[in-house]
Ligand binder design. Structure first.
Ligand SMILES: C[S@@+](CC[C@H](N)C(=O)[O-])C[C@H]1O[C@@H](n2cnc3c(N)ncnc32)[C@H](O)[C@@H]1O
Length: 314
């Protein structure tokens, strides 16, 4: 089999299996099986593929046709211009989550806490948290963008944190990210080593609790009641702890917002990703609480209210 024939056959099989973006999927899987880039592939259509690589490609196409996402087959996904390892233990980073980065960096930049406005030098000591870090895409991208930041990244899933740790090492920011396995922010909130569940506590007493400048989170927000309507790639392959927020999907926001309010310093920024129909509910939480100011919602490219940002009142 040569490269051209492999592409043709792969595309035909994925089309027949009604796989979305079957051309791109075939290309990515062949590139992965061959260990080559797209330019090589299209400049060598008559190159014959060795039997081991051909076998690998055939197996990958079969798995994609059966519903496995391309990213779990190739083990990678780009986010914020950085390549991240992904495994079935973590959510595949989505392009809309990059709006969290944009909003967070814009808010930090506006007030000059990303750099010294007079000299342009990076500011010292910015404390950031990423709640439900998954692959670590937000924590790592923020650490990468903010060389003066110390980042705390939490997740309930130990296997997800292992992937996140590897991604931090891959991008050389592991020495500035603390990974904590806990429910939302509890390892930081219950920062008393003697208390139950504080095995991973990061501070010695309530007074020592880190005061955060920025908190971001893309929490699980899909309604479990809507599971049947999800694409099979998502429902059958991505971790359910990363997808479902509860029966209606919005269940996690109130607790997350309450914990964040206690840990942000005055004017500290909270940036949350929203489910496609959760904006009113989440906005309502901020409207009902006196501790917040400067609440704003940003639309994604599809016009869906996707990111809510707010600041802790002084
Ligand atoms: C939607 S995924 C987001 C992953 C990553 N931040 C991203 O944007 O791609 C949500 C993450 O939250 C984690 N999670 C779910 N419930 C949690 C909880 N109660 N406390 C901490 N993390 C939780 C999941 O394991 C998952 O990694």
């Amino acid at each position: 089999m040569d490269v051209r024939a492999a592409l043709k056959e792969g595309m035909a099989q994925l089309r027949a299996a009604q796989v979305p973006s079957h051309t791109l999927a075939t290309e990515l899987l062949l590139m992965h099986a061959l260990g080559r880039d797209r330019a090589w592939m299209y400049s060598h259509p008559e190159e014959s593929i060795d039997p081991t690589a051909a076998e690998r490609f055939v197996a990958l196409i079969a798995r994609r046709a059966a519903g496995e996402p391309v990213q779990y087959l190739t083990g990678k996904q780009e986010f914020w211009g950085l390549e991240f390892e992904v495994t079935p233990d973590v959510l595949i980073p989505r392009p809309e989550t990059e709006h969290i980065m944009e909003v967070a960096l814009a808010r930090l930049g506006e007030r000059g806490i990303k750099i010294h406005m007079d000299t342009g030098a990076p500011r010292e000591s910015l404390r950031v948290a990423d709640v439900g870090t998954g692959s670590g895409c937000l924590a790592v991208a923020l650490a990468w963008e903010l060389p003066h930041a110390e980042v705390f990244a939490t997740d309930i899933s130990a296997p997800a944190l292992e992937v996140a740790r590897r991604n931090a090492a891959r991008h050389d920011v592991a020495d500035r990210i603390h990974f904590l396995q806990c429910d939302l922010l509890t390892a930081i909130e219950n920062a008393n080593p003697a208390s139950a569940g504080a095995r991973h506590a990061v501070a010695a007493s309530t007074q020592d609790r880190p005061q955060f400048d920025l908190m971001v989170s893309n929490p699980p927000y899909i309604a479990r009641n809507d599971a049947a309507e999800l694409q099979r790639e998502v429902r059958d392959h991505e971790p359910h702890a990363a997808l479902f927020g509860g029966p209606t999907g919005v269940e996690m926001y109130q607790r997350l917002i309450d914990q964040a309010r206690d840990l942000l310093r005055g004017r500290g920024i909270l940036v949350l990703e929203l489910g496609h129909d959760s904006a009113d509910h989440v906005r309502g939480i901020f409207d009902a609480e006196p501790g917040w100011t400067n609440v704003a919602i940003t639309m994604d490219l599809a016009g869906i209210p996707r990111v809510l940002a707010a600041e802790r009142a002084r």
